[in-house]
Design a protein around this ligand. Sequence first.
Ligand code: PRX
Length: 633
Amino acid sequence: MRYAELYERSVTDPQSYWAEQAQLIDWHAPFSQVLDASRPPFAKWFVGGQTNLCHNAIDRWLETQGDLPALIAVSTETADAAPAEKIYSFRELHAEVQRSAAIMLSLGVTRGDRVLIYMPMIAEATIAMLACARIGAIHSVVFGGFAANSLATRIDDARPKLVVSADAGSRNGKAIPYKPLLDDAIRLAKHQPRHVLLVDRGLAPMTLVQGRDLDYASLREQHLDAQVPVTWLESNEISYILYTSGTTGIPKGVQRDVGGYAVALASSMQTIFCGKPGEVYFSTSDIGWVVGHSYIVYGPLIAGMATIMYEGLPVRPDAGIWWSMVEKYRVTRMFSAPTAVRVLKKQAPEFMKKYDLSSLKALYLAGEPLDETTSQWISSALGVPVIDNYWQTESGWPILSIARGTDDSPTRLGSPGVPMPGYKVRVIDESTGDTCAANRKGVVVIDWPLPPGCMQTVYGDDARYVDTYWSRFGGQQVYSTFDWGIRDEDGYYFILGRTDDVINVAGHRLGTREIEESISSHPNVSEVAVVGVEDKLKGQVAVAFVVPRNADAVATPQARQAFEAEVMGVVDRQLGTVARPARVHCIGLLPKTRSGKLLRRAIQAICEGRDAGDLTTIEDPASLQQIRAALAG
Ligand code: PRX
């Protein structure tokens, strides 16, 4: 079916469209209702149906392709010469996941319990996620780049019975110990997990806490022959929680269901990613982000594809590493982020020519705006279509893209594409809430109900879910993406940045408020503003403006430099290096309105060399001069 027809059906007759898509996965018991729309803005998909993500990812493929690769874990971090490689067939993955599941059960983890996974990109991380899914435990994966305070907030919100972690990650060949950060986080948290299960990679020494900390390898030995049957879950039970940044300093736990997610992923693997059983998928993301959940772990496996997990940099040992993997594993579909492509382009553009990339059919890019130069360069270098796709942690799968599984609709440079099935996307005027005319800038929204796979609620906080996403426009029937955008006369959308205080650094979503709160804990910080500033390589970087308590202490350039390093150190320790500002400037006064509201957009505009906009409400115009002077100095 052609895209236009397919899309039309998905929005005019969602019940029949999704009932049909639901046949792409296995159900233990059929659903009695496709959509329960009785309590907007909540939506329940496939009510009464029983299924399981792990079954659909693994068990389902055992009979037809049990000996084909399922998980290919490659690391250039821990190997001396050739990359280290571990390949699990579907059958081997099945056995390994059952071992992990048996360990969890032996530690008292049962259906509905939370398991926090704080791990580097190693096979055991994916295995732990699938083990949780198998027994109906709810996983909450925390990105390895986050540090103690970020972890502690998530521990307190998710209240996990078990934490699964490792001695260390590794970056650029250098071990990054995880265990001390985890110990600090547990010390900071009010909630105490009963157990911590640790994979010892032999990268960093660990001190085990008696009675709490357990060695994964020894427990695994005790469960080598484990047989753990799948726990069948009602479609609307919780599969996982994934924290993401928003306007406040407290991350939101995006909560996802089981059945709707499985169907949405299976459907997207067909209509967007065109994945076929037996083929190989390579997403360069991290399991700590939503792309990793959907398109490293669950999506490819649910489609019967092998999935590659890669631990390492895109440019080490050289900028050919990804392409060597495409050649070696005969990758057909690849997923990455624009920043990574820009890094490769800068390093050595000719590297792709060294490898046989004939298996590759398309490259998908997401997470941040894809600029035309990058898109054109990579598309002609690879000789395959480059498909932009726009979505969010909240949606779990692409909102806008090109449905290549339906027809050859053309892509349009600078646009992530058109709405994917089930998403009733519009651009509306921020103040009136009316739909904007073609090519007029407004807020990108989605009409209720959201399709399957999207977040169910904010974990443990329905009110926050409704307030945050559904209360801004038109009662409770319009979901705000918090992105500016335009729709052209042909229905292609263009995304123009966030409407809130979220910034996007190298495809990583960060809250400026969280960074501000962390910087404020430095004893010599009186006030701070963090803004996202355009960056050629990373899309955006965080820049901090700090009003010191004691200005004399930062009077000299040397003292300012030392202070800048200290502030960065605070962020590194509390939130993680991923959130570290690129620059910290000292100023005497922050630009605020007369009622005391910080004028972030004005600061950001000045940093980007743009006009500061409407400043009629500013308390003291001299503050803007200070920003300019700080930037010049
Ligand atoms: O601002 C949009 C930007 O990233 C945000 C979502 O980030 P996250 O929750 O980490 O999910 C990423 C999933 C791919 C969006 O609100 N964004 C994401 N994709 C694009 C994008 N901006 C422009 N073009 C995209 N393709």
